[in-house]
Every structure is written in C-alpha cells, then in structure tokens.
Design a protein around this ligand. Structure first.
Ligand SMILES: [Fe+2]
Ligand SMILES: [Fe+2]
Length: 282
C-alpha cells in the first residue's frame, strides 16, 4: 500500500506581512503540516497539486520551498509538486526545482517504489482555465505504454470534470475528454487535482478523480451553485491510499470558525470581469 498526503492551493505570498483576503497562507499551510506530523501518518509522498504561489512570485517560492522540504524529509517522504494557474513556470522551475527558468510546461515522472506519479501541467499562461495539449497527450500515451507494478497516479491542477456552476468554462479543464481517452484501460489508478478550493470526487476515465481542498482558504461549494462565490477561512487536504489497484481518498478538514474572506454575487457583470482576469479566486 502507498500513502500520499495530497496538499493543494497553498497560495503563498511574497512576504510575512502579506495577507490573502486577510489570511496568512504560510501559516495555514504550516498548521496543516503540523497536523499531519502529529498524527503519526507516514506517507510515501507529499503531492502538491498547484497554485503554490499566489502570483508566481520568486519570493513566494523561496518562502515555501524550505517548509515543504523540511516537512517531506521529516517523514522520509518524496515531494512531488505541480503547476497551477497562479504559478509562473519560470520562477516555479527556478525556485522550486533548481532548473533553468524556461516557460516550457512543467511535466515529469516520479517513481515511488513501483508506483508511477506523472505530473502534468494543465495551465495556460495568462488564463484561469486549464487545457490539455495534443503533444502532452502523445507524451502521456507513450509513457503509459509501459506499466508500473503498483499502478500510476496523474497529478494536474485543473480537475478534469464537468462543472455545473456559473464558473464552468472559466475554471475547468478544456480537453478533458481527450485525457480520459488516453488513460482509460491503462494502469492509471487515479487522478489528483486541486484548483476548486473544495474537495471533489468523481469517476473519470474509469478511475477515481479527486480534487483536494486548499490549504489557503475554502470556497463554499453550495453557494457556488447559487451564483455566489464565497471564500471562508479553513484548510483541508487529502489522505490518499493506493492498494490492490484502487485509489481511496479521504478528505481531512481542519477545524475553522469559517470566517468569510470574500463574497461575490456572480451576475453577468462580475462573471465577465472574472473572465478577464488570469488568476481569479481558485
Ligand atoms: Fe487554481
Ligand atoms: Fe487556487
């Protein structure tokens, strides 16, 4: 059995004085990490599915990296990170991966014993929505022609699932059907995503697709259906287990008083404004 701690949407800010809608996002992340550390859980890997920085700032990555690396090494766990729409590829590569700051998509394969973790970059520079690329699907299909003894998990930021809310098309993954077709019938056992700032679980391509809640703040999913985008204080993460060819995800929510951080009525005017912004909410 493999255990993954699935963290998402840390939205780290450049300096200790910065706040996101009143939230100290490094502090909320550290609360989550302390909670995991004190629980006795010993994950094989820590997976972070994007929106690591709030605006792709190098200073945000400089603050985040030692915190994540210290956490992972204290648990003898691998650290696996992927891009989100709030990240910037150049600073992400340089600040988090010690790579040249190219704008190429950040995509790679990591092995956790016999478990293959494939990180895909679903971001579109300058856009909040995500996209599947043809060259990316060719690369993924080629990679999946060889099998992994413990199966494969995909990690990408944008949940490849239908969205029934007014934000559909703005925040979702374009080309999700192509991705489903590539993974169907392969050894992929699950897909891990983020971006929504609340947990999502659904079938996708014949396996479980799970989006973890954010550590930065939570989006109220019920109000979203009523054309209201409401952020509240509160963090969560996913505890993911893979065994016997199946992925099981538990959502762990940390206690919060649920103070409101923002509130937008999603009338057409607000939606049009959000569509014009590259890094809205989630
Ligand atoms: Fe996002
Ligand atoms: Fe986010």
């Amino acid at each position: 059995m493999r255990t993954l701690v699935h963290i998402s949407d840390t939205h780290i800010l450049p300096t200790p004085a910065d706040r996101l809608q009143g939230v100290d996002t490094l502090q909320t992340l550290e609360r989550v990490l302390e909670y995991v550390s004190s629980s006795g859980v010993r994950p094989d890997a820590v997976v972070v599915s994007g929106d690591l920085a709030n605006h792709g700032e190098m200073d945000s990555y400089r603050r985040l990296r030692p915190v994540l690396e210290r956490f992972a090494s204290s648990l003898s766990a691998e650290l696996v990170i992927g891009m989100g729409n709030h990240d910037a590829r150049g600073p992400f590569r340089e600040g988090m991966l010690d790579q040249a700051p190219s704008d190429e998509p950040v995509e790679y394969v990591r092995w956790i014993g016999g478990l293959r973790v494939i990180v895909l970059d679903s971001t579109v520079p300058g856009a909040a929505y995500g996209e599947v690329r043809a060259d990316q699907m060719d690369w993924l299909a080629a990679e999946l022609t060889t099998s992994a003894t413990e199966g494969t998990v995909l990690v990408l930021h944008h949940p490849p699932v239908p969205d029934s809310t007014p934000l559909a098309g703005l925040l979702t993954l374009h080309g999700a059907a192509e991705l489903a077709a590539v993974i169907r019938g392969t050894d992929v056992v699950g897909v891990l995503a983020g971006h929504a700032h609340h947990a999502i679980a659904t079938a996708f391509g014949g396996v479980l697709c799970y989006a973890a809640p954010a550590t930065a703040y939570t989006v109220d999913p019920l109000l979203l259906e009523q054309r209201t985008l409401r952020g509240v204080e509160g963090s969560g993460f996913g505890l993911v287990r893979i065994f016997e060819g199946q992925m099981v995800s538990l959502t762990v929510a940390l206690p919060s008083e649920g103070r409101q951080t923002y509130h937008h009525e999603l009338d057409d005017r607000v939606l049009n404004r959000l569509i014009g912004e590259s890094v809205v909410a989630a």
